[in-house]
Design a protein around this ligand. Sequence first.
Ligand code: 13P
Length: 355
Amino acid sequence: MALIALRQLLDHAAEHGYGVPAFNVNNMEQIHAIMQAAEATDSPVILQASAGARKYAGEPFLRKLVEAAIEQHPQLPVCLHQDHGASPAVCLQAMRSGFSSVMMDGSLREDQKTPASYAYNVEVTRRVVDMAHAIGVSVEGELGCLGSLETGTAGEEDGVGAAGTLDRAMLLTDPEQAADFVARTGVDALAIAIGTSHGAYKFSRAPDGAILAIDRIASIHARIPDTHLVMHGSSSVPQEWLAVIREHGGAIRPTWGVPVEEIVRGIASGVRKVNIDTDIRLAMTGAMRRAMADRPDEFDPRAFMKAATAAARGICVARFEAFGCAGRASRIRPLPLAALATRDAAGGAGLQRAA
Ligand code: 13P
């Protein structure tokens, strides 16, 4: 089965009222875990790679790993998505590399630390949409800056995250501005700011509506019902994995993530793509620490990697099931990207809807 465009996959999710987890990948074990979980649950897959992942693994390695995953699981639709593209040039490189979807994060300047002006965000995102739609690749934009409503700070993951303290208006996406942004750029999906942030340290207590603005999703969705909403920073930071890490020598401070049931509420309000990286990192780290402590005589790293893969697989199965993805893969037939391409890129008519 060929790669699927994000647009086609999320159109299906919208039509049937479910959400798709987008898991970050850096290496073979993570890809194995996600694909095994998708196979076990018959779920469509979004594998996303950040610039940090491409630096870590090397771009040809990542591409080949994804090709191998598709070859081994030919019945599963797989979207290969670039997470947090810092510039049109970065997005173009991903498209050349064969990604079926790119994120242009124009909420931050190219350094991915300095909050950008609205005009800059519109300009760079529009440019990426023009290029991507000409070849059937989908585009995710971002409006508002990810960051904590408790502290006003963004946190940082793989070099991405606003520096300094942000005011509340930047930390919550405005529905009216979202409608204007989508009209000006033609994005297929929009990442919104509702108080989530990247990494393990999202909330200093179990979040309530004051620090996790799930209700805002419905008002944004009402203004842009045809644009798929994306929740970044959506790891749930499982307390049980934090306990395993601490019991085996790790030092993770008290912290809370986005509860799965809040994400499910978000999906009911229009979220279609849910970004998850940290949960897989925590589960793999916990499993490796435990395996090393339990088997001090073991010297084959594959034993630890196998434990890590199984732990990541457990996270992925649980998210596929909770978000309503299970049982959907066999109902989707990916269209070739060429069939989705706009005929006149300069006209910027937007991606044609999948049949
Ligand atoms: P987490 O750090 O919550 O897993 O978020 C990942 C993410 O949003 C990647 O873009």
